[in-house]
Design a protein. Structure first.
Length: 225
């Protein structure tokens, strides 16, 4: 799974040795895994003997989204949030990262919003904090146990846990995601149990937080329905 995930997020085809270094595994083991995945069609080998996502990976992604009805249920709801004129996003948590399934800045239509960006650090994302807040502190420490730093939190783990605790208390996250532009993200979790989060991002004055949180909660309830 780690090998598959590394290939899925790689911006360009990657060689066996480079992948082994990234995963801290032996070249022999990674080579064996890649050969198996290539045989199944989940990854493919390029002309220069590097590896990238194969048709099987795309089929699995498409089938999972279709079977879960996640995008078909969610997109009409997210479209209604665009009335506020902010970026609208939906993401899921994977280890210490958030994968954005939908990311629509103002002026970008829904066809371009799907899978528009890849994965970003959960600790510096409003959606990420909303999702981390669903976990207990021990679980969060376990996720970050091998990382040298916590993106977005110069104070490290204690700083992150304080941010997460505030999000738990409020029932939503409000995170400064770009200090130079004064841009925040407000996000709420979706599902019982939680499986995703949706958020609004942009110049969000503190005084308007309650209105946006109410709209996000209403949207989350409609997605669940």
């Amino acid at each position: 799974m780690r090998t598959l995930q590394a290939l899925a997020v790689a911006p360009e085809p990657i060689g066996c040795r480079a992948l082994a270094r990234e995963l801290d595994l032996t070249v022999t083991k990674v080579n064996r895994l890649l050969k198996t995945l290539a045989h199944l069609g989940i990854v493919r080998q390029t002309a220069n003997r590097k590896y990238t996502a194969g048709p099987g990976m795309h089929v699995l992604a498409a089938q999972s989204l279709f079977a879960s009805k996640l995008t078909s249920r969610t997109i009409p709801v997210l479209e209604k949030l665009r009335r506020f004129g902010h970026t609208v996003a939906m993401g899921v948590l994977w280890n210490e990262s958030v994968s954005y399934l939908y990311h629509a800045p103002p002026g970008v239509d829904s066809t371009r919003a799907l899978a528009r960006i890849g994965v970003l650090p959960a600790s510096s994302s409003g959606i990420g904090i909303a999702l981390l807040a669903q976990l207990n502190d021990a679980h969060i420490r376990h996720i970050y146990r091998d990382l040298g730093s916590v993106p977005g939190h110069p104070g490290g783990m204690d700083d992150l846990l304080a941010t997460v605790a505030k999000a738990r208390e409020q029932g939503y996250s409000r995170v400064l995601v770009n200090a130079e532009e004064g841009r925040h993200t407000i996000a709420v979790a979706v599902g019982q149990p939680v499986y995703a989060a949706i958020g609004l991002s942009g110049w969000l004055p503190e005084g308007g937080t309650a209105e946006l949180v109410a709209a996000l909660r209403d949207a989350a309830a409609n997605v669940e329905a």
